[in-house]
Write a protein that binds this ligand. Structure first.
Ligand code: ADP
Length: 693
């Protein structure tokens, strides 16, 4: 065991035990009610080393805060020290932390006071500071999803006082988890903190990098287990607003912005510690017809054509009224995101199942789009109560929805809605019970692209409130996902639409049209050896379609994870995944002939036919498999996003939008239609809820 020196702290404890001001006396103070107890209440005498000798200080704590700092005696002769005595204790009390400025001209006395008070804080929190812990700033790194992450850990008075991520290549939005991890580390004075749900890779890398920094410093063990109390945000147990929105994902944030713009007071409930849901994992492609972007690119499209594609893509089991509302508002959704919210666009292409180029690409993918929306909402003053899970839609005797019951930190909390409740909780791709309830073919353990938060809570909440559910058996698998994690592989997905990639199986043969619907490709892939598909492209295709610029980080990550090979010869690339080399070369030669003649005689590829080199590398192959991606079914709504009950009647003051709803996409959602869905119907929900009477 490592030797621990607690000399100073033991002295603290001894004096503390001997003084009349005992813990029992201290507990006579009113007990903490709402806030968690952090300290053992009492007076803690500590000694600081000043210029002229010891400075005796007494620091008083209640269970929840530091309440007093008294300079009992000192030998400082310099009058300047008075400034430190006057200013520093007051600043520490105000900040409830020793991270305060020193008094100018009295830095030695100031620092001494801060250090001593820090030791009192540690003692009051029951934290033992080991001898090997040396104050300083330590640097450590760990591999994140996007590359190496580096943190700087500040140890002050033997405690973790700051953890700052100084280098990160994680996707925008996921960095929100850094603040949560930092606070948890400071509060527990340890690296024994949870990853942040919905941002596990980014937060996990931060924790590992912090451990690495402390390991390098030689005292990681001292911070390996929690040794402080975590305080829970002190939110009221009961609140009222005009509109209560459940779920801070894409549909929810669009609804919030519109409701606030209409003058409504809005509170959002989010069960995760960070916003963004599944939306921040999306590719960031929005289908829209008759847009200014299309006009600029000379694409001749129409709302009618878009309508036909969505209906055909959904096998005509879609609700045509919803689809009509959807396509008619799509151009406005694009323009609004561009002009009002500030979303930037950079490319137009065609998604599988579409007969025109109407896939509008967002710079920075879904994560950036969500971030831009969220920042906009933040500027409007949006309130989001995190870690708050809705568990019941409350109705009055007349059947009118009046609020939401939720659980936070194990306690029930109530949200009353003056006007309406909007359900925007996303899909159920991560809820095994619901998947099996509606399609017994979905056995446990299936891969899923979805956020761990996509557990279909809203389906059950709405069903219990009497809502009708539609299309619940339509569960979409995305064809090109990580074979280990199920994560969507954006490059493999978009490569088909951009005309960069072709799809082959292990036998080296094409087996489906690359621009087919997702469900068709997924089913076809499921029938291939190992249920795996391989996306092939060469350097020329990559260069011509800007593929590396767009997906460079992901491709690096895939290569490191062994999910992609980049090789100088076709033989080497095929051998990496055990693909039949000779067959594969024949496939490419045949495909090249189709490209030269402008017609794919095998699978009638609608666009993106190109010739591939057999000799000019590098050559790339990405392996992927289908994973559950989108649940088309859900709560029935009308074109005003009002929720409909099982008798076909509107449930008053209850709205829903986004993946929690059903009927828009029929049996199958086309790639790029979810972004349009959350924008069009999210906005409508916000507008209508704000004026509900
Ligand atoms: P959509 O694309 O339809 O907007 P998202 O998945 O992006 O759906 O967002 C849904 C959000 O709802 C997620 O952030 C998720 O954590 C949140 N959520 C799901 N269930 C609940 C619940 N019971 N209470 C509060 N928030 C929830």
């Amino acid at each position: 065991m490592k030797r621990r020196i607690f000399a100073l702290l033991m002295a603290v404890f001894v004096v503390f035990a001997l003084t009349a001001c005992s813990a029992s006396e201290a507990t006579a103070e009113p007990a903490a009610t709402e806030m968690e107890a952090i300290y053992t209440a009492g007076v803690y005498p500590v000694t600081a080393k000043g210029n002229g000798g010891d400075i005796e200080i007494e620091v008083t704590f209640s269970e929840t805060e530091m309440t007093d700092i008294q300079i009992v005696s000192h030998h400082e002769t310099d009058g300047l020290s008075d400034k430190a005595f006057d200013q520093v204790p007051a600043a520490i009390l105000e900040a409830q932390s020793t991270e305060v400025d020193s008094a100018s001209g009295a830095s030695i006395s100031s620092e001494a006071i801060k250090k001593a008070v820090g030791q009192a804080i540690a003692a009051a929190r029951g934290i033992e500071i080991a001898a090997e812990v040396v104050d300083g700033v330590y640097t450590g790194s760990a591999e994140g999803k996007g590359g190496l992450m580096t943190v700087e850990v500040t140890i002050l008075d033997g405690l973790i006082s700051d953890v700052e991520v100084v280098e990160s290549h994680e996707t925008i939005g996921f960095d929100r988890s850094f603040e949560i991890v930092r606070n948890a580390m400071l509060e527990t004075n340890s690296t024994d903190v949870d990853t942040v749900a919905s941002a596990t890779m980014a937060s996990g890398a931060m924790i590992r990098a912090t451990v690495a920094a402390l390991e390098e410093a030689g005292f990681a063990d001292q911070f390996a287990t929690a040794n402080g109390a975590v305080s829970i945000a002190d939110l009221p147990n009961e609140q009222t607003a005009d509109v209560i929105i459940i779920g801070a994902g894409g549909a929810g944030i669009n609804a919030a912005i519109e409701a606030m713009a209409a003058g409504a007071e809005v509170i959002m409930l989010e069960k995760a510690p960070v916003p963004g849901g599944n939306t921040k994992l999306a590719d960031g492609v929005l289908n829209a017809s008759e847009t200014t972007y299309q006009e600029q690119e000379n694409v001749v499209d129409s709302n009618d054509l878009f309508f036909d594609d969505v209906m055909a893509g959904g096998d005509y089991v879609n609700n045509p009224d919803l689809v009509r509302t959807y396509v008619e508002n799509s151009a406005d959704a694009y323009q609004y995101l561009k002009d009002v919210i500030g979303v930037e666009w950079y490319r137009l292409s065609r998604a599988g199942g579409c007969s025109e180029d109407r896939a509008h690409w967002v710079k920075g993918e879904g994560a950036q789009m969500f971030e831009t929306l969220f920042n906009y909402a933040t500027n409007l003053g949006i309130t989001v109560d995190y870690n708050t899970k809705a568990v019941e839609i409350m109705k009055n005797e007349a059947g009118v929805v009046v609020g939401v019951k939720a659980i936070r930190d194990g306690k029930e909390v109530l949200y009353h809605a003056n006007r309406a409740v909007i359900l925007a909780t996303g899909g159920f791709g991560r809820n095994q019970e619901l998947l099996e309830e509606f399609d017994p073919n979905f056995v446990a353990g299936a891969l899923s692209t979805n956020s761990v938060m996509s557990t279909g809570d809203g389906i059950n909440l709405a069903r219990e409130a009497g809502a009708n559910l539609v299309g619940m058996t339509y569960i979409q698998k995305h064809p090109t996902c990580d074979v280990v994690t199920g994560e969507l592989i954006s490059s493999a997905n978009s490569g088909r639409g951009l005309g960069t990639t072709i799809l082959v199986n292990k036998e080296g043969e094409r087996y489906v049209e690359e621009l087919e619907r997702r469900d068709v490709i997924s089913i076809a892939t499921g029938k291939q050896t190992g249920g795996i598909s391989y996306s092939f492209f060469d350097q020329k295709a990559a260069d011509e379609t800007g593929f590396i610029d767009t997906f460079g980080e992901e491709l690096n990550h895939l290569e490191k994870a062994g999910q992609m090979v980049k090789a100088d010869s076709i033989d080497e690339a095929c051998a990496f995944f055990g693909i039949d080399i000779e067959n594969f070369k024949r496939t490419i030669e045949r495909y090249n002939e189709f490209a030269r003649n402008g017609e794919d005689l095998d699978f009638q590829r609608r666009s993106g036919l190109r010739e591939y080199s057999l000799t000019e590398g590098p050559f790339y192959i990405i392996q992927s498999a289908p994973a559950i991606h989108h649940t088309m079914g859900g709560v029935e709504i009308n074109t005003n996003t009002q929720v409909i009950d099982t008798d076909g009647i509107i449930i008053p003051h209850f709205f829903a939008a986004g993946e929690v709803t059903g009927g828009i996409h029929g049996s199958n959602r086309i790639g790029g239609d979810a972004m349009t869905d959350i924008t069009v119907f999210g906005r409508l929900a916000g507008q209508n809820a704000a004026i509900a009477e």
